[in-house]
Design a protein. Structure first.
Length: 248
């Protein structure tokens, strides 16, 4: 990992010790970082009180719990840290949760690779589990894919897959190396923390598509601590602007 940091002028705490502590903390949060630049936005007095009003960061080729992120550009605000321990050479620790706002972008290859072994893989299975638990959606699946698809489908033997196709998202449920079920549509945000597929369509084994009536009002809740501002798919890249809470 290569890193560069800039900050307010004057204090040894800011210019020497704090950037090192921040860098080490980021290393504990990420599996890998190709390039990292961050700027600590604080005065001497604020840092010495354990308060950092903001940190702006830019990263490329960052990996978080198996998820490959092509580009990250964000700002964290109102960070409280254990400054006394940092001054004694101890690792940086957070004293409370804080928000981070910014933009994350994935290209098609990184998104596809992330769906095989990461927290995204678990999330995709959760999506299919929620779909199968919905009576209307499960009935629609059975019509298009056969009665073997339903609540008793062994999801433990399956994996989810995600692909970018033009300006749309393609979700697949894969078993024995083959895509048993495929769902395609445009992503839409509801109330900042829910996602749904606009104009959802099932891709049939024949390769043709059929509209889904059951999924028109179906949404995935990502939790109240997620605040999505925009989500776009263009030129085989998924770009997300959001605000999330980082927990200690």
């Amino acid at each position: 990992m290569t890193a560069k940091s800039t900050s307010a002028q004057g204090s040894r705490v800011i210019s020497r010790m704090l950037p090192v502590a921040v860098k080490l903390w980021l290393q504990t949060q990420l599996d890998e970082i190709g390039e990292l630049t961050f700027e600590i936005q604080a005065t001497d007095r604020q840092v010495l009180s354990g308060h950092i009003p903001g940190i702006a960061l830019w990263a490329r080729q960052a990996v978080y719990r198996g998820i490959l992120r092509t580009d990250v550009n964000g700002t964290a605000r109102d960070i409280k840290i254990n400054i006394g321990q940092v001054l004694r050479g101890k690792p940086l620790r957070l004293k409370q949760s804080f928000p981070i706002e910014g933009q994350v972008a994935w290209n098609a290859d990184d998104l596809k690779a992330s769906s095989t072994a990461s927290i995204l893989a678990d999330g995709l299975i959760d999506v299919w589990q929620a779909l199968l638990a919905n009576d209307s959606v499960a009935a629609e699946m059975a019509v298009h894919y056969g009665n073997a698809v339903g609540r008793d489908l062994p999801l433990a033997q399956c994996r989810g897959a995600i692909q970018l196709v033009g300006s749309e998202l393609l979700l697949s449920l894969v078993r024995d190396g083959h895509s048993d079920i495929c769902l395609r549509g445009w992503l839409a945000i509801e109330q900042g923390h829910s996602l749904r597929l606009s104009t959802p369509r099932w891709q049939l084994p024949s390769g043709s598509y059929v509209d889904s009536a059951a999924l028109r009002d179906f949404a995935w809740d990502l939790g109240d601590q997620t605040d999505l501002r925009s989500l776009t798919v263009q030129d085989e890249q998924l770009t997300c602007q959001c605000r999330i809470m980082v927990q200690p």
